[in-house]
Design a protein around this ligand. Structure first.
Ligand code: GAR
Length: 205
């Protein structure tokens, strides 16, 4: 059985979608811990209500990728038996860049959700970038995390039509609806051992 850790910074709606789906759809993965880098993240309460242990590793004032900070995450993950052998680390609105050391440690076992069809609109404010660029479709991407920003092998994507009347808020809300579908699906595929990484690609069996 895979042990699942979810890293959050705020609202935690993707975390909630994953945890509820694990329960409802009997996904063969054990939610071991939710870690927040912010003590006031709304998602912490949600995780606790869903019966998942939570930890806060405050990152206030620690800017950029920082292995010393990330080592604290590794220590907590080990405490909950989430390891490079048996673990999956899902970033769900975790607004920190992980260090190359952390990424190498959990190679092929870290996933992220991004609110755009990568490689378009990486980084921050992707929905605003999509509207400003004038694309007719945007969406969301679940990908493995590599040492770049939003550059790792793509696992699943969902497209969302951009309407002429869309604001950043309305587009974000529709994309979020799709995020809540594809992220649990990707976790399920991983738990079932159905995702292989082959260079830049993932192969799903
Ligand atoms: C989600 O829209 C997620 O795709 C985005 O932050 C939001 C978190 O919401 N992540 C990024 O922009 C990462 N670059 P949530 O806390 O409700 O899941």
């Amino acid at each position: 059985m895979i042990n699942l850790a979810i890293l959050i910074s705020g609202r935690g709606s993707n975390m909630e979608a994953i945890l509820k789906s694990v329960k409802k759809n009997k996904i063969p993965i054990k939610p071991a811990v939710v870690i927040s880098n912010k003590s006031d993240a709304k998602g912490i309460n949600i995780a606790q209500k869903l019966g998942v242990r939570t930890e806060v590793i405050e990152s206030h004032g620690i800017m950029g990728a920082n292995w010393d900070y990330d080592k604290k995450i590794v220590t907590i993950l080990e405490k909950y038996d989430v390891t490079p052998k048996n673990g999956l680390v899902c970033l769900a609105g975790f607004m920190r860049i992980l260090s190359p050391e952390f990424i190498r440690h959990f190679k092929g076992r870290i996933m992220n959700i991004h609110p755009a069809i990568l490689p378009s609109f990486p980084g921050l404010h992707s929905q605003r970038q999509a509207i400003e660029y004038g694309v007719k479709y945007s969406g969301c991407t679940v990908h493995f995390v590599d040492e770049g920003v939003d550059t790792g092998p793509v696992i699943l994507q969902a497209a969302v039509k951009v309407n002429a009347s869309d604001t950043e808020e309305s587009l974000s809300a529709r994309i979020l609806g799709q995020e809540h579908k594809i992220y649990p699906k990707a976790v399920k595929l991983f738990a079932q051992g159905r995702i292989k990484i082959s260079g830049r690609r993932t192969v799903i069996s």
